[in-house]
Design a protein around this ligand. Sequence first.
Ligand code: C5P
Length: 308
Amino acid sequence: MSPQRSVFVPAYAKINWTLDVLGRRDDGYHELKSVMQTIALADVIRLTPTEPGTVFFDCDVPELGVQDNLAVRAAHAVQHLALSGSPGVRIELNKRVPTQAGLGGGSSDAAAVLVALNALWSLGLGTTELERIGADLGSDVPFFIRGGTSVVGGRGEQVEPLPDGEQLWLIVAKPPIGVPTPAVFRALTPDDFGHSVASDAIAEATRNGDPMPFDLLHNDLERGVLHNFAAVAQAHDALRRAGAPVVRMSGSGSALFAPFRMLDAAAEVYTSVAATGLPVWLTHTIAARAVHGEPLAAWQSAEEELRG
Ligand code: C5P
C-alpha cells in the first residue's frame, strides 16, 4: 500500500468581527447578524481511504473521540451520496483549536470534512448544497464551507461572502475556562437584543475595501460573559494591560482576540500576555482563497490502489 495515500486538510478557526443578536426565535435559537472571519489557528485532519461503508475516527483529545463528533457526522451525512457505492474513510483529528472557546473548532472540522470528501469522493455538491448539509450539523458550519470573511444571518445558515478584506495580525487568548454556548444565549434578556448596526458597518467597510474599523467591532454576548465569568474578565484586563488597543470576545467565548496592523505591535502584546501564563496565540486572518486546498491527487491514486 502506498505511504502517500492519506491527505491532510486544515480546519481553520474563526473569530467574529461582530456578533449582533437581533432576537429570540420560536425554535429556541437566536436571530443573528455577524461578520465572521477565518483565522490561521487550525485543527489538522488526516483523511485516509478505508474499507467501503466504514467511518473510523481517532482524536488526540480523548473526550472528543466519540462517534457523535461533528466530523464523523459530516462524513456519514455525505457517504451515501457517492456514486461509486459507499466509500470508507478514516478521520484522524489533531485538535489545536481550544474547545468551548467561541472559535468554531468543531464546526470547522465538520466543514473541512464535507468539503474534502465532496472533492475526494467526486460528489459534485455545490457550495449551497454543502452549506445546507452543514446547517443540519450546527449553526456555524455553513460559514466554514467557504471561509474567508462573510456576513452571516438567520441562526447562521444565511451566508453572504464578502470580498477578502484587510489581512491582519491577531492575538487570540484563551481564559482557563470553557463557556457553554447554550447557557450564554439563555442568559440574554430582551434588553440585550438590538440592531445589526455593527455588522452592517463592518460589512460595508469590507465591501468598500476600507481598512477594518477597529472601533466598530462589537459582540452582544460579551457583556454577559465578562460579567458572569471572572476568568474571561481577567484575561480581557491582561490583554489591555499588555497594550492591546482593542479586545473583543469571539462568539460566545471564552476566547478573546485583539487585531493588529503591525507585527511588531502584535508580538509585543503576545510576549507580555504569554508571560502571565495565559494560553495565547499570535495568528492572522485567512483569506477565502487560502481556506481549502486541493488535496485530490494523492487521494485519487490511493483509491485506485485500493480498487486494485
Ligand atoms: O447550532 P449549534 O448546535 O452550534 O448551537 C449551539 C447552541 O447555541 C444552541 O443549542 C442554542 O442554544 C445556541 N444558539 C442560539 N442561536 C443561534 C446559534 C446557537 O441560540 N443562532
